[in-house]
Design a protein around this ligand. Sequence first.
Ligand code: SAM
Length: 282
Amino acid sequence: MTETPTERMQMLQRSLRAASLLGAAFFSTSFFACSREQPSQAASPSTLSPAPVQVAEPPPPTVAAEALAPVNLYGTCEPGEGGSGKTYMGREIAEVMGHFGVGWLERPEREREERTDLLVAAMKLKPTDAVADIGAGSGYFTMRLAPIVAEGVVYATDIQKEMLDIVMERALEDGAHNVMPILGEIDDSGLEPNSVDVVLFVDAYHEFSHPWEMMTSIVRALKPGGRVYLVEYRLEDPTVPIKERHKMSEEQARREMEAVGLRFVENADVLPQQHIMVFERR
Ligand SMILES: C[S@@+](CC[C@H](N)C(=O)[O-])C[C@H]1O[C@@H](n2cnc3c(N)ncnc32)[C@H](O)[C@@H]1O
């Protein structure tokens, strides 16, 4: 028997609730006893502080990043909690959150905890903007941005097809005709050159296994003057209850964005737990 759209949505909501506990375990320092204070067997004090630098200097920002081959940009380290064991510019890249974490991304208390409403307002979008929600996950932000750019488009990109299936189901349900899914590669956003006004990353960039290649493709996709909103849990704040590898400091983020030629505009520090770091294509 074929389900109605309402029945499909109810099934989706049931599976989101079941998945929320798994998602909490992935990110939170408090969910498991095995937290930063009680590292796993593999962890050592050195793995719990920023990863040892074993990488070559990235290309200077004055040189067109895409003209340079990414040689020896990455290193390795003993994996810290939530880490991948791969380093970039002195930071250990985090593990990718699987689609089992969807329930956590969609938890009802998220808006109150993270003030996602303030984040959307801070983006100052125009109705005609083309926005890319990169690492869109289940589309939490895609679905909030779509009505704001009603005459524009939201590209929802992710490397997990399961995530994009959820986004498209929700877009269909809401009649959000301006949502376009893009299944990216780990080293390529899949966006067309010169096609977007605004890029949003929420809790995603720190997971990119090939940040230099991803950012190079994103800079290429930005129109001149286009903006990047990089939203990450504040590493500087030990009270933010998120695993260290899933946080970023402003200093580190600026270093990585400037390495691909983006200009730092501001840190709109209005959220309780996260930075909103704004960069611009020159
Ligand atoms: C923690 S989730 C955040 C989802 C969403 N931004 C949100 O805040 O609700 C991170 C997402 O980034 C995606 N991701 C990881 N590496 C990626 C890459 N190289 N390109 C695109 N998406 C990526 C993961 O598949 C995952 O869906």
